[in-house]
Design a protein around this ligand. Structure first.
Ligand code: GLU
Ligand code: MG
Length: 449
């Protein structure tokens, strides 16, 4: 729980001078859904002192633990005033650690899971830095009624929309930046109605906080414009899915230098980076349920639309699971590897925790890196894939859960409680899907058989 030291007196003073009236104490459940309790600013000192009590048994993935009495302990380095509340009960938020009555980290708190991983990396001399590309769709919304499966525009990749979608996305980026979130470029994605907002590199714990906030902000701003933003990985058959490709590097704690860079290497990668990459290849199937957590996630990973169906790495090939982005000569500090399986429905704390653990396992066990696969894999025959030792990502959530159960490194990264709670929630989801008789089945079979 390595919060940056922040002086509570300064935070309280800032709150007073900005007339803050309320503070939302935030955390996430095991699935990454934002939760929070709003307290009057007068109660913040007490929350800092003793933590704010809540009933953990009411929260997904926290349930049925012997200790349902849990406490929220604000991480003051995340204290942010929400500018849109100015003048109507000005409100701030602060992201919290979840602790038990003894003040120890609660093992089911996703933020603590990632913090534990970050501490392990720090002991090895590294900080884990990530920059995600968050993709999402904007749909026409009709109040609470069903969404029309149409999009507010009819343009594609990098097109400059003349309609309001462009305006709305700029407002999203602007708001995120006002909150101190390093949202960088935004652009239109491949399919009509699909957008992407990129984030500048940051420490993975900070970035997980940012992603949870960004998903909230994006949804709220869309709503204010009569639109619906969805991070569902494959909202429409036959159109591109939404991913959350994430660029990753390890920086040396001692001097901040990029430990992945080796300008002499063909791929610009150090042997440390290659071992990290090999670790993510080795655990690609085991971590998939965490990175691609919905039944729907696997419809995106079937192939096509530049989403990766196979476990491979490459420099150019955009259907590869891990891509090595080209860097400008001399800009070695930006050396990174881009993991492309994860989607925006993931819990970013757990996702970054398992990605880091997979990479560190590769480093610790000095795993050898398989050769890159630059050619298009989609048309390859199964026999050829097998001959070359190229695995598929799991084809369904059910298969991904089995792969997670078989991967001790990934389960250890989550810790026993979070692993058990995550698996339990996801097995229920998978079973519910398997039981469901869909409209597709009725249409296809009802008359014919
Ligand atoms: N939307 C694609 C995906 O599902 C990726 C497109 C891109 O390369 O940005 O991963
Ligand atoms: Mg993209």
């Amino acid at each position: 729980m390595n919060s940056q030291a922040v002086d509570p007196i300064q935070v309280l003073e800032k709150a007073r001078s900005s007339s803050v009236r309320f503070v939302i104490l935030r955390f996430t459940d095991i699935l990454g859904a934002p939760k929070g309790v709003t307290i009057p600013i007068e109660d913040l000192p007490e929350a800092l002192e003793t933590g704010k009590w809540f009933d953990g048994s009411a929260i997904e993935g926290f349930a049925r633990v012997a200790e349902s009495d849990l406490y929220l302990k604000p991480d003051l380095s995340t204290f942010t005033i929400l500018p849109w509340t100015h003048g109507h009960g000005t409100t701030a938020h602060v992201i919290c650690w979840v602790v038990n009555r003894r003040g120890e980290p609660f093992a089911g708190d996703p933020r603590s899971v990632l913090a534990r991983g970050m501490e392990r990396a720090a002991r090895m001399g590294y900080s884990y830095v990530v920059s995600p590309e968050l993709e999402f769709y904007l749909f026409q919304s009709d109040g609470d009624k069903a969404l029309a499966p149409t999009s507010p525009d009819a343009i594609g990749y990098f097109d400059l929309a003349t309609d309001r979608a462009h305006q709305v996305r700029c407002e999203m980026v602007d708001t995120l930046r006002t909150l101190g979130i390093p949202a960088g470029p935004g652009h239109h994605e491949i399919s009509p109605g699909q957008h992407e907002i990129d984030f500048q590199p940051a420490d993975a714990l900070r970035m997980a906080d940012y992603i949870v906030t960004a998903r909230l902000v994006i949804k709220h701003i869309a709503q204010a414009h009569g639109l619906h933003a969805t991070f569902m990985p494959k909202p429409m058959e036959g159109r591109a899915g939404s991913g959350m490709h994430t660029h990753q590097s390890l920086l040396r704690v001692e001097d901040g230098g990029n430990a992945f860079a080796d300008p002499e290497d063909d791929y610009g990668l150090s042997s440390l980076a290659k071992a990290f990459l090999a670790g993510q290849i080795a655990h690609a199937r085991g971590m998939c349920a965490v990175l691609c957590p919905l039944v729907n996630s696997y419809k995106r990973l079937l192939g096509g639309f530049e989403a990766p169906p196979y476990v491979s790495w490459a420099r150019i090939n955009r259907s590869a699971l891990i891509r090595i982005p080209a860097i400008k000569p001399g800009r070695y500090q930006s050396t990174r590897i881009e993991l492309r399986s994860l989607d925006p429905a993931c819990n970013p704390y757990l996702a970054f925790a398992v990605m880091l653990a997979a990479g560190l396992d590769g480093i610790e066990r000095r795993l050898p890196l398989p050769p890159p696969v630059e050619e298009e894999l989609i048309p390859m025959e199964t026999a050829e894939l097998e001959a070359r030792g190229i695995q598929r990502l799991p084809a369904t959530l059910g298969e991904a859960l089995e792969a997670l159960e078989a991967d001790e490194v990934i389960q250890e990264a989550l810790g026993p409680l979070a692993a058990e709670r995550f698996l339990e929630a996801k097995r229920l989801e998978w079973a519910a899907y398997c039981r469901h008789v869909s409209a597709w089945e009725i249409e296809r079979y009802f008359q014919v058989y």
